[in-house]
Write a protein of this length. Structure first.
Length: 318
């Protein structure tokens, strides 16, 4: 009997915060046979065969209003982010130095493409037509995605596509993209759980993949610097350049607008949410916009610092 690794086990996988900080996995651990057996063959099968409970969106989210607007804004943004990651990963596959690296990043490419589809298709469950989804995606692409995702994509492509820098590209994806966005996804999974359990399920599936992506990406960079310590200054410069870029991006404005819609919906549907706690001892209905944003920012900073330390880059200036 094949034992399912904890990170691919729907019932026992850690949260993205815990897993991204503590799990150690390598490309050799997560090659193509691993993915076919434990992701496509176990995790995704359970997601598709109905054995993972899916209560669907509540009327509070399906009915036009601030909650619906918030999730449309969030899931179109996530769809575009995952689509851009899919395209960028093709260059990581192309430049992979070893077979296990190639196989892992090929599976990550498929993971991100699946996430892009899952976020987009969830909008159908909110009773949006295909034309309405197309229009919502186009609006997000021209606004928040253009302001935040396009500069990030260009930065990553300069490293992976233009410079052919495999390890630098993996560092960018691991620290400056997934290492920042994954904690925000953890917040999303928690806050939508009482209002749209199926949205939380989409986030849960994506987050389980992101744990693996962060762990393996970190191990790739760690092994590289263990063998080529002279490359540390170059990769430290890349982290600094990426952080300077992040500081210029209006991500806080994007999140504030989204959380403002969510806050308005919280006030309207407090009775539906009841005593549900977003984290131990704190009811979701009692949280503020700023409190949720501060939690996501703190989780992101802590996750980044933990991953950088593991990658032998703990002295990267902030």
């Amino acid at each position: 009997m094949t034992t399912t690794p904890v990170e691919a086990d729907w019932d026992n996988a850690p949260s993205v915060l815990e897993g991204a900080r503590t799990l150690e996995l390598s490309p050799q651990d997560c090659n193509l046979p691993y993915w076919l057996r434990h992701v496509a063959g176990t995790m995704l099968r359970r997601l598709s065969d109905g054995s993972v409970p899916d209560a669907g969106p509540t009327e509070a989210v399906r009915t036009p209003g601030p909650l619906r607007d918030a999730i449309i804004d969030e899931f179109t943004f996530r769809h575009l982010a995952e689509e851009k990651a899919t395209r960028a990963l093709s260059f990581a596959v192309f430049h992979s130095p070893e077979t296990d690296d190639l196989e892992f990043f090929a599976t990550q490419l498929i993971d991100e493409a699946r996430h892009a589809r899952a976020f987009r298709e969830h909008l159908l469950r909110l009773d949006l037509s295909a034309a309405e989804i197309e229009a919502a995606v186009a609006h997000t692409a021209a606004t928040s995605a253009a302001a935040v995702l396009d500069p990030l994509e260009e930065f990553g492509l300069q490293v992976l596509r233009d410079q052919g820098d495999f390890h630098g590209g993996v560092l960018v994806l691991t620290v400056l993209v997934e290492g920042v966005l994954a904690p925000a996804a953890e917040l999303s999974e928690r806050k939508w759980r009482p209002l749209d359990p199926s949205a939380a399920l989409v986030e849960r599936g994506a987050n389980m993949d992101e744990i693996r992506h962060l762990a393996v990406g970190s191990s790739v960079v760690r092994r590289y610097l263990t063998e080529h310590s002279e490359q540390r200054p170059r990769l430290l410069d890349l982290v600094m350049e990426g952080r300077r870029l992040w500081e210029k991006l209006p991500m806080q404005e994007v999140l504030f607008r989204r959380e403002s819609l969510f806050q308005e919906g919280l006030a309207q549907h407090a009775g539906l949410i009841g005593d549900y706690e977003i984290w131990p001892g704190r009811r979701l209905v009692d949280t503020s916009i700023e409190e949720r944003m501060e939690a996501a920012e703190r989780w992101s900073r802590e996750t980044q610092e933990t991953r950088l330390e593991y990658m032998l880059l703990s002295d990267a200036p902030r």
